[in-house]
Ligand binder design. Structure first.
Ligand code: SAM
Length: 303
């Protein structure tokens, strides 16, 4: 902020905050991936500015009170190293707003890039009536699925009772409690013998070495959301061993593995994974049909 905050335009304010965030060497990766975008989000929230029809009036002048609120929030972000989403209490995923706090990982799954496309061209949206979201966290994927597939019913599970409190809050906020059902428990255990056309999962997949070098911002998020065992694939292995009977004929499994994609290829070199490539050009999600899972079942052992 300039010396006289009464003279600060929105643009000036965002530039100043972006400069401070850059100098502070923060980590961006919780809804934004650079200092400018994070500064825009921070200033808009702190100054309580809403964007109408995607038009931003960069020349508008911020009041002294707005300027102080921006400075305070920027100071908090820099000194605490908390993700901005926790400081403002919400995050955006697949175009929808979700309540978040430190009981859940900040939504940023690559699955959002395809959920807004109804997972096309990978499946026929008309066939998705029963879906399952494993490791649901804030419920962002389950709820986005419910909103993009208005005829579908979604079950969602998580081992963390605390996360499910936040997920339930989001289910209520989006008015989908009649179609999104939350279950507490270990992976597939809570859904017993139910079957689905579509199963999605963004599991913990960070390997043990990377767990020790995560940036400060990640230390504020629940470790249970990241820790994927020695090679990152502990949960993925269990899932691949057990999931096939839970898919209906013609059903599909989508699993996000992010940077662990190379480990997946190493672990199962002869399994014909279809890879979904992110906007950044990286293979991040694999897709297997029920039929492929059945054919390669003998390769999926839990240890
Ligand atoms: C990477 S986060 C994904 C959260 C959410 N789906 C998202 O994309 O933002 C992984 C989630 O898996 C949950 N989790 C970890 N181990 C689990 C297990 N064995 N069974 C079910 N959920 C588990 C964590 O509590 C966490 O919410």
């Amino acid at each position: 902020m300039p010396d006289n905050p009464r003279e600060a335009t929105l643009r000036h304010c965002v530039e100043e905050v972006a400069r401070r965030l850059t100098e502070a060497n923060l980590w961006f990766g919780h809804g934004t991936d650079n200092a400018w975008d994070e500064a825009v989000w921070l200033v808009m929230c702190a100054a309580d500015i809403t964007i109408s029809e995607n038009v931003i009036d960069w020349q508008q002048t911020l009041s002294t009170a707005q300027g102080c609120a921006v400075t305070n929030l920027a100071n908090q972000r820099i000194t605490s190293r908390q993700p901005l989403a926790y400081l403002v209490g919400h995050a955006w995923f697949a175009g929808y707003r979700f309540d978040v706090d430190s009981r859940v990982i900040v939504p940023r799954s690559h699955l959002g890039e395809w959920i807004v496309e109804q997972l096309q061209p990978w499946l026929d949206p008309a066939l998705v009536m029963e879906a399952l979201d494993l490791c649901t966290g804030s419920g962002c994927i389950a709820i986005a699925l419910a909103l993009e597939f208005p005829e579908a019913t979604i079950d969602a599970t998580d081992l963390s009772a605390e996360a499910l409190v936040v997920a339930n809050q989001n289910v209520e906020r989006h008015g989908v409690s009649d179609r999104v059902h939350l279950f507490e428990g270990d992976l597939l255990e809570p859904i017993s013998d139910r079957c689905y056309n579509l199963i999605v999962c963004n599991p913990p997949y960070v390997d043990a070495t990377t767990m020790t070098t995560l940036p400060d911002e990640y230390q504020h998020e629940p470790a249970i959301a990241f820790a994927g065992g020695e090679d990152g694939l502990a949960i993925v292995r269990r899932l691949l061993a057990d999931v096939e009977p839970r898919l209906m004929a013609g059903g599909s499994l989508f699993v996000e593995v992010g940077a662990a994609a190379s480990q997946v290829e190493l672990a199962w070199p002869t399994v014909p994974f279809t890879w979904l490539v992110s906007d950044d050009g990286d293979p991040v999600i694999f897709l297997l049909s029920k039929e492929e899972l059945r054919l390669h079942q003998h390769k999926f052992t839990k240890c």
